[in-house]
Design a protein around this ligand. Sequence first.
Ligand code: HXC
Length: 260
Amino acid sequence: MTTEQPVQLESLGEGIVLLTLSRPKALNALDMGLLTALDQAITEISAQEDTRAILMTGAGDKAFVAGADIRAMSQMSAVEAEAFARKGQQVFRRLEDLPIPVIALVNGFALGGGCELALSCDFILAAENAVFGQPEVCLGVTAGFGGSQRLPRQIGPGMAMELLLTGRNVKAEEAKQIGLANHIYPQDQLRDEGIKLAQKIVACGPNAVRLTKQLVMRGMSLDLENACVLESQGFGLCFSTDEQTEGMQAFLEKRPAKFN
Ligand code: HXC
């Protein structure tokens, strides 16, 4: 692992990669430099055929990402602010579009852009000290990296409205209750629990995992009828793979499946 880099990629074996965002002087707040480094890391991961799951976290024990960089934003013109929002949206969209699962390990503050980044991952595991929130209105601005759109899709419009309109913080327990975080772990166990979950994913058929992610992502922007058609097409496609033959044969032979 290279230290001092704003985004560090570390192979944890079995096709699992740990992506760490690191800007210690500002609790990993996202400025243009960190966004660009994240963009480059996504490009690097996209070129690695053997990467099968990503765990994303923040450096240190206090923050996942404490938001977009307020100091940098305070100097922006309206045009620059819009371009900054667009850049973040594009990078987060690329993350969401990766064909492999991305799990957010939220190890502290995930506020504003940090909450929006976690929402762009496929699901969230929270440490006991995790704090989520969209405090933008308290700074006199709206969300800008997709939070006004992804939060209501994730937790429903009523609760999302409350959080977006008040800017109030939500601790780990409530985050789990409202469907923002899937599970909560003691901070020193978060990474290992993330690895265990990622190992379960990589033990499954890689093609089926990729297709499943695509079905969920694409299907959510379609009506139910068309989304189900997409699902049946995906299901049919699996039957042209060795993976389906092996998966079903292994069940019938009462042995674990071995996927390549
Ligand atoms: C810039 C930040 C920062 C941020 C923390 N820091 N968050 N710098 N942008 N978002 C810096 C602090 O200025 C401080 O630097 C250092 O990190 C440590 O933070 P402290 O405030 O001293 O720590 P603490 O008292 O523990 O408070 C932690 C905190 C607080 C509750 C997370 O830092 C905080 O409220 N941060 C802002 C959170 C926020 O509002 N995020 C949303 C931003 S808007 P110094 O040099 O003073 O020691 C957003 C919009 C997204 O994200 C869309 C954009 C298009």
